[in-house]
Design a protein around this ligand. Structure first.
Ligand SMILES: *Cc1c(COP(=O)(O)O)cnc(C)c1O
Length: 425
């Protein structure tokens, strides 16, 4: 890297706080400054100095087909020619809604918003509006966007008691969130006793993938289904990452466990800003203009974003899910073998956990809760990140982010990765 990129970052820091519009982009803790990218295609992303990288960040998930899939690009061009925002009813959102609902048997209606955060914000308000209760249970290590009531860490008092993990979140807001460790069934039982008839919902990433990849046993998700039903609380699956990534119907389809409310984002916009909340007609009709739970958006169901989502999803088939998982296995096997031997075993503490097209590089198998994560993860990951970056392999710049494989990561790309790692196939 020449000074061109560090100069851009220096300039950026004078214009926006920390030089970035979302914290993880800042390369905090790394010995190099963020790369500035100027274009992308397929499995590759190019920085402003024309260095080409195999991209495993993939915009943090939305681009399941890879960058600039020709059919998506064509559909977006056609969309542009019709105008890109009306603030009024249009037919394009009907098509996407119909498509999504056809793949989500547990959802009867949905509403589009502009981000995963917005979807979660609305889901929580809806759960409270439907149940007339205030408290929400969330799990340590699950990310639900930057909603005030979800920026929470465990407090020092009773099990479940929480305090804000971000400045600017009022104590009163934190007070209505209860936080538990993933897998803590005893703690959950106690919470429902201590806060009888006050818990509106449990929210969980059914495949926690924002603090590493902490695959949950199906029994735990079933326990959540049962305890919410028994206590007339709602179960919210935040499938912003897992929805349409692990299967069309997300983890609800994979596990056969039906949440009351699902939140979606990322893939359903194909790289344009979209989120959605889905539930039964009964629950959804609590939303304005029919119901008393208010929710709105100037750009909601933006026609161009609808086209981005629909044209992306239309390319997915049951075979695509098999294919992308197969490619993920090939790629992570290559990487894992390379890590065993590189530089006299400098990275041999690592293995790779995968689920569908997601992967996480971590020095331990079967991590299912925060306490399982080794303390020296970041230190070792940062060195690995820099070596791979140098070889033109771009991971998300943080040890706790997962890697995303797309359908563009085909065998030609696998061969290229091998070459970049000096492996003979
Ligand atoms: C990405 C993500 C969000 C937040 O979505 P944004 O579009 O970044 O606001 C919420 N929940 C989960 C599970 C996510 O992966």
């Amino acid at each position: 890297m020449s000074n061109i990129q560090s100069d851009l970052f220096s300039k950026s820091k004078t214009l926006v706080p920390g030089g970035v519009h979302s914290p993880v982009r800042s390369f905090k803790g790394l010995h190099t400054t963020p790369r500035f990218f100027k274009r992308a295609e397929g499995a590759y992303i190019y920085d402003v100095e024309d260095k080409k990288y195999v991209d495993f960040c993939m915009s943090f998930g939305p681009l399941i087909l890879g960058h600039r899939h020709p059919k998506v690009e064509k559909a977006l061009h056609e969309g542009l020619e019709r105008g890109w925002s009306y603030g009024a009813c249009e037919p394009y959102s009907l098509e996407l809604a119909e498509f999504l609902l056809s793949k989500l048997p547990h959802v009867e209606q949905l509403r589009f918003v502009n981000s995963g955060t917005e979807a979660v914000m609305t889901a929580l308000r809806l759960a409270r509006g439907v149940t007339g209760r205030n408290k929400i249970i969330k799990f340590n290590g699950c990310y639900h966007g930057h909603v005030d009531s979800m920026l929470i860490k465990a407090g020092s008092g009773l099990a479940g008691e929480a305090e804000a993990s971000s400045a600017g979140v009022p104590e009163g807001v934190a007070h209505d969130t209860l936080i538990l460790e993933l897998g803590d069934t005893e703690g959950l039982k106690q919470c429902f006793i201590d806060h009888k008839d006050q818990i509106a919902a449990i929210i969980i990433e059914p495949l926690p993938a924002n603090n590493g990849l902490m695959v949950q046993p199906k029994e735990f998700l079933q326990f959540l289904r049962d305890i919410t039903t028994a206590n007339k609380a709602l179960l919210i699956f935040d499938e912003v990452i897992s929805g349409f990534r692990v299967a069309f119907g997300g983890m609800a389809e994979v596990t056969g466990i039906k949440p009351d409310i699902v939140t979606l984002g990322k893939i359903i916009g194909g790289g344009l800003p979209v989120g959605a909340i889905g539930a039964s007609k009964f629950i959804m009709e609590h939303l304005a203009p029919i119901g008393k739970v208010y929710q709105a958006g100037t750009l909601s169901a933006n026609p161009l974003a609808m086209v981005g989502g629909l044209s992306t999803l239309k390319e997915m088939t049951p075979e695509s899910y098999k294919k992308i998982e197969e490619q993920t296995k090939k790629i992570t096997t290559l990487l894992a073998n390379w890590m065993k031997t590189y530089n006299n075993g400098q990275f041999n503490m690592f293995q790779i956990t995968t689920y569908s097209s997601l992967f996480w590089i971590v020095p331990k198998e079967n991590v299912t809760k925060i306490a399982d994560i080794p303390a020296n993860l970041t230190e070792n990951f940062n060195k690995l990140f820099e070596v791979l970056l140098d070889r033109g392999i771009y991971l998300a710049p943080n040890a706790y982010e997962v890697g995303f494989v797309s359908l563009a990561h085909d065998d030609t790309v696998v061969a290229d990765i091998a070459k970049r790692l000096d492996i003979k196939l």
